[in-house]
Write a protein that binds this ligand. Structure first.
Ligand SMILES: NC(=O)c1ccc[n+]([C@@H]2O[C@H](COP(=O)([O-])OP(=O)(O)OC[C@H]3O[C@@H](n4cnc5c(N)ncnc54)[C@H](O)[C@@H]3O)[C@@H](O)[C@H]2O)c1
Length: 391
C-alpha cells in the first residue's frame, strides 16, 4: 500500500463515482483512502459502496488525521477554489478539481498560485479531452486533413459554466490550445436562473478570437438541438478548415472534404458502444496522465493553466456583455461578471422567482431514510434525488 498514491474524495455526490471509476482503472498506482462529505449518510453509503476506510465531515478533519497524495474536489462550483487552496496548503501532491474551475477569473488565479507555491499538480476535470472521438479529431487536425483550422462552431445547453465549459475546452484541445486575443459576448437573463446555486444566464453567445487568427463561436441555450439523433453528443464541435470540415462528437468524427460527395464518418480508435464520456476509461486516462505528470512527465492536458483559459473565455462572454466592448486578454476582471451585471441593474428580471436547474441535487434537508429506501430499489443517485422526500 505504502508505494501507492493515497486519494481522498471531497463530495460524495453524483460525479464522485466517475472519479472512483478513474482511480479504479489505476489500482496498481492509487488507493482511495478517504471520503469527505458533511452528510453522514452520504459518507456511509460511499464507504459501503467503494470499501473506503476513512470518512470525514470536513477537509479540516481529514487533514488533521492525514494528508493524502491526491484529492478529488467533487463539490458544487462555488466551493472549488477554497477547497483547492485548502488542499494545496495542506501539502497534497495533486488535485483533480471538477469543472467549472471556479466562479471568476480571480479565484482561478488564486488556485493556480496556491498550487505553484506548494508544488501541487492541478488538474481540472475536463475529462472529455480523453474521449476517443475528440482524440481522433485532434490527430486528424494535426495530420492536416482540413488544412489550417479557420472557424469553430459550438452549441451547448443548460448553462455556459455547466456544459459549454466542456466543448469550449475540447475544441481548444483539438486545435492545439491557442492563446486568446479577445472575446465578444451577448447575454440574456430575465428569469432568476441558477445552476448548483450559481447565478447563470437564460442564454448567451460569444465570439472568441485566438492569437493565431482562428475564431470560435459558441451559442448556449439558444437552440434546443436534438442531441440523441442528430448530434449524438451533448457537446457538438464543428471545425471548418482551409481544405474541409469536421463534425466532431466524443464517439466519432465526420469529415467533409473538397473532393468528396458528402460526409464521411471516420470512427474513433475505440468502438462507439464502449466509449464513456464520463467515468470508465475516460476518467481512467485522466488519472493515469496525472500519475505520469507527478512522475516527471509532461504537463497534463487538463492542467489548471489550460482550464483557466477556458474559464477566462466564459467569464469574458459575460464581461463583454457587461461593458459592451470586446474583452482583450489577459482578463482584468477578477469577480464573476454575471453577478456584477445583476448588482449593477444591467440584467433586470422580468420574472422573479428563483429556480435552480440542478437544485434537485441539493442534499441538505432530504429525508436520508427515504434516500436509503430508494437506493435499495437500485435507482441512480439522480433518480433518487428527483424523488426523495424533503423536509
Ligand atoms: N466533469 C463532468 O462531466 C461533470 C459531470 C457532472 C458534474 N460535474 C461537476 O461536479 C461538481 C459536483 O456535482 P455533482 O452533480 O456531483 O453534485 P452533487 O450535489 O451530486 O454532489 C455534491 C456533494 O458534495 C457534498 N458537499 C457539500 N458541501 C461539502 C463540503 N463543504 N465538503 C465536502 N462535501 C460537500 C454534498 O453533500 C454532496 O454529497 C459540480 O461542480 C459539477 O459541475 C462535472
Amino acid at each position: 500500500m505504502a508505494d501507492k498514491y493515497t486519494v481522498a474524495i471531497v463530495g460524495a455526490g453524483g460525479i464522485s463515482s466517475a472519479h472512483v471509476a478513474g482511480y479504479n482503472k489505476n489500482k496498481e498506482d492509487v488507493v482511495i483512502e478517504a471520503i469527505v462529505d458533511p452528510i453522514a449518510n452520504a459518507r456511509k453509503n460511499f464507504q459501503d459502496e467503494y470499501s473506503v476506510k476513512h470518512a470525514y465531515s470536513s477537509m479540516a478533519n481529514l487533514f488533521n488525521d492525514f494528508v493524502p497524495d491526491i484529492v478529488s474536489i467533487c463539490t458544487w462550483h462555488s466551493l472549488h477554489h477554497e477547497q483547492t487552496i485548502e488542499a494545496a496548503e495542506a501539502g497534497v501532491k495533486a488535485i483533480i478539481c471538477e469543472k467549472p474551475m471556479a466562479i471568476g477569473s480571480g479565484p482561478a488565479s488564486m488556485m493556480i498560485e496556491a498550487c505553484n507555491k506548494n508544488d501541487v499538480k492541478l488538474v481540472v476535470s475536463h475529462q472529455r479531452r480523453f474521449t476517443p472521438g475528440w482524440e481522433k479529431a485532434k490527430q486528424l487536425v494535426e495530420q492536416g486533413l482540413i488544412g489550417q483550422p479557420m472557424f469553430v462552431e459550438l452549441k451547448a445547453l443548460e448553462g455556459l459554466l455547466n456544459w459549454a465549459t466542456h466543448n469550449i475546452d475540447g475544441s481548444r484541445f483539438i486545435i492545439g490550445d491557442p492563446k486568446t486575443n479577445w472575446v465578444f459576448g451577448a447575454v440574456q437573463r430575465t428569469t432568476n436562473k441558477y445552476e448548483r446555486n450559481t447565478r447563470i444566464e437564460d442564454s448567451c453567445m460569444g465570439l472568441i478570437h485566438y492569437k493565431n487568427d482562428v475564431q470560435a463561436f459558441i451559442q448556449s441555450d439558444l437552440k434546443n438541438y436534438d442531441f440523441e439523433s442528430k448530434w449524438a453528443t451533448n457537446h457538438p464541435i464543428f471545425i471548418r478548415g482551409e481544405k474541409g470540415a469536421l463534425d466532431i462528437s466524443e464517439y466519432e468524427v465526420k469529415f467533409l472534404g473538397g473532393n468528396s460527395s458528402g460526409w464521411k464518418t471516420i470512427p474513433a480508435d475505440v468502438p462507439k458502444e464502449l466509449i464513456e464520456p464520463i467515468g470508465g476509461e475516460t476518467n481512467g486516462k485522466l488519472v493515469s496522465e496525472l500519475i505520469q505528470w507527478l512522475e516527471g512527465g509532461p504537463e497534463h492536458r487538463c492542467s489548471g493553466v489550460k482550464a483557466k483559459e477556458t474559464l477566462d473565455i466564459m467569464m469574458s462572454i459575460y464581461q463583454s456583455a457587461r461593458i459592451n466592448e470586446k474583452v482583450i486578454f489577459p482578463v482584468k476582471e477578477n469577480d464573476y461578471p454575471l453577478d456584477l451585471m445583476f448588482e449593477e441593474g444591467k440584467i433586470p428580471l422580468k420574472t422573479f422567482e428563483k429556480y435552480d436547474i440542478r437544485g434537485f441535487l441539493n442534499r441538505s434537508g432530504i429525508d436520508e431514510k427515504d434516500y436509503n429506501r430508494l437506493k435499495s430499489q437500485n435507482l441512480s443517485h439522480h433518480e433518487i434525488m428527483r424523488q426523495v422526500k424533503r423536509s
